[in-house]
Each structure stands twice: as structure tokens, then as C-alpha cells.
Design a protein around this ligand. Structure first.
Ligand SMILES: [Mn+2]
Length: 321
């Protein structure tokens, strides 16, 4: 007789839509297939030995890189395949689905479960999927909602920015599997983290203005390279609603990063591909947002300055031929 297979472990990307994906999949597999799945967040470090990932175990992966041994796999990231061989190993199936067009992962899981397994999602999962799109694709209706939004999903997402320990997200996945967003947001631990995170947000908003180096022709350049400065992704668009682009230097664990992006709430009149510009500096990205990691701070400042000047030029002085 063969050994009993162990329990299925759902490995998930540790962010809002990744956690919802794990919660939804855990519930669906339990209801429809009698699986008592466990779950665990994935660390980026685990990509280093990706071939050996989950060796000898039964696992699923959601909102993270494709793995050919995954019993179930769902993702929406365009960068999901770590090699051409892995890309070649993927074909859509009854247990695997990749959709780069999906703003976040949970809607894709729900759609797949409906089409392949006849699953009828309860309203609370439909609501979680809808908010996952807002949070993961930054589809907030304005910068105020992005920063001060009070909906349960947004409170949970903000609380995650001060997650006390890795195990905490595992606990919240269990809560999301069984409860509504409102109930999860009302947990004392979520509320406590949310309060702490709002203080960080306010501090970041306060610290942003002195980092601005120049603001002209709708392109703003800032230097937030100091480790003393708290960072809030949309602070720049809160203080400068009229700009089309921001370019900044920010610290990373290992060095410095140049980040550039369109103002989602005041898009530019003509389209410039930021990812392509950043490729010229060894980086990359999408049309609306991109980045690069120059060797040192001086280099990062130079790159940021050059990118901001180029955006100003291309925005207002398009090449004539
Ligand atoms: Mn994610």
C-alpha cells in the first residue's frame, strides 16, 4: 500500500491579494474536494532554489511564481516564469491558471473555480476579490482614498504594512477564509496595527515636502534617500496633485533605488514608456511605472535627474520628424 499523501500546503504571496487568494482557495478546496489545506507565506529567498521548492510535499501556489510540481497554481504576474523552460512547462489546465490581464489574483481563482468546478462564490469572497483589484492595481478613486480610505479591506491592507511577524499573515488568511472583511478588520490585532500604520502614514506625509528637489513642467524630482524618512508610496501625489510624473531616489536594504511613475489621478497628455527608459539604466518596469538600481547614491541621484529631465523633454517637446 502506498503511503498516505500529506496535507496540501498553499504557499501564497504575502500581500493583500495573495492572502485573499490563499483564503479563497483553501475554502474552495475544502468545500468541493474535502481537502484540509494548510497555508504559508512565501519568501522571495525561496526562489534561489526554486527547482527544489516543496520537494516531497503536496503544494499549491497562489499569486507567486509558477512551479511545475504545484498541484494548484494561480497567478497574474507577467514575471511569473523564472526561466524559459518553466514557461514551456505551463499550459492552462483544470488546476493551473495564469492571467496577466487580471488586476489581482483572487478574481482569477474565483473565475476558474466557477468555470471548472462549478463553484458559486459567496458575496464576501466577491467583495474581497473586488478590493484585491483596487489594492493590488492601485485602482483607488483618488489619492485621498489611497491614503485615508477607511473601508475594511483598506484598513487590513494598511495594517499589513506593520505586520508584527511572518506568522501573523498566516493567521489572517485563516480569518479571511472563514469571515467577512468587516469582521477581520474589526479584530483587535488588525485594529492595533492599523492605528500604528496610520501614524507612520502621517509622519511620511509630513516628511515628504523637504525631499523635493525640483518641480517643473509637471515632473517632480525628489530625494528621499535618507533612511530617516518614512516612505508612503502616494505622498508625492497627495502634495502635488497637478504633476504628471514623479521621479525619486529611495533607499533599499542593499543600496538605492530610482523610482519613476505616472500620477494615476492626473495621467500625462501623451504616453511615455517609463519601463523602457529605465531599461537604459539597467532597470525596467511597465509603461506607467518603473525603476532602476544604480551602483551608489551619487549614481542614483544622477539617474533620477536625467530621467526627470528626459520626461520633461518628451512630455512637452516631442521629437519632430
Ligand atoms: Mn500579490
Amino acid at each position: 500500500m502506498r503511503a498516505m499523501p500529506g496535507p496540501l500546503v498553499i504557499h501564497y504571496h504575502r500581500d493583500f491579494d495573495g492572502m485573499v487568494s490563499a483564503a479563497v482557495l483553501a475554502r474552495i478546496l475544502n468545500e468541493l474536494r474535502g481537502e484540509s489545506a494548510a497555508w504559508q507565506g512565501i519568501n522571495y529567498d525561496q526562489r534561489l532554489n526554486w527547482d527544489g521548492f516543496g520537494e516531497g510535499t503536496r503544494f499549491a501556489i497562489v499569486d507567486f511564481h509558477f512551479h511545475p510540481r504545484a498541484e494548484y497554481w494561480f497567478d497574474h504576474h507577467p514575471t511569473t516564469f523564472l526561466s524559459p523552460a518553466l514557461r514551456a512547462a505551463y499550459a492552462p489546465s483544470e488546476r493551473w491558471r495564469w492571467d496577466e490581464a487580471s488586476p489581482s489574483c483572487p478574481p482569477l481563482v474565483l473565475r476558474h473555480a466557477a468555470e471548472h468546478w462549478g463553484y458559486v462564490a459567496p458575496p464576501r469572497f466577491v467583495e474581497m476579490a473586488r478590493w484585491s483589484d483596487v489594492v493590488d492595481a492601485a485602482r483607488y478613486k483618488d489619492v485621498e482614498e489611497a491614503l485615508f480610505g477607511d473601508a475594511p479591506a483598506l484598513r487590513i491592507a494598511r495594517a499589513l504594512t506593520v505586520s508584527p511577524e511572518l506568522r501573523w499573515t498566516d493567521e489572517l488568511v485563516g480569518a479571511l477564509r472563514d469571515r467577512t472583511l468587516e469582521e477581520v478588520a474589526a479584530r483587535p490585532d488588525v485594529e492595533k496595527c492599523f492605528q500604528r500604520a496610520t501614524k507612520n502614514r502621517d509622519k511620511a506625509l509630513e516628511q515628504f515636502p523637504p525631499t523635493v528637489l525640483s518641480n517643473s513642467r509637471a515632473v517632480l524630482l525628489y530625494d528621499a534617500s535618507s533612511h530617516q524618512i518614512r516612505r508612503e508610496r502616494f505622498a508625492v501625489f497627495f502634495h502635488h496633485k497637478d504633476i504628471h510624473y514623479s521621479v525619486g531616489v529611495i533607499p533599499t536594504r542593499a543600496g538605492y533605488h530610482v523610482t519613476a511613475g505616472e500620477n494615476p489621478w492626473n495621467p500625462p497628455p501623451r504616453s511615455i514608456h517609463i519601463g523602457a527608459i529605465m531599461e537604459g539604466y539597467g532597470g525596467g518596469g511597465h509603461k506607467a511605472v518603473g525603476g532602476a538600481n544604480p551602483h551608489d547614491l551619487e549614481d542614483a541621484r544622477r539617474v533620477a535627474r536625467e530621467v526627470s529631465e528626459r520626461l520633461r523633454r518628451e512630455l512637452w517637446e516631442p521629437a519632430t520628424r
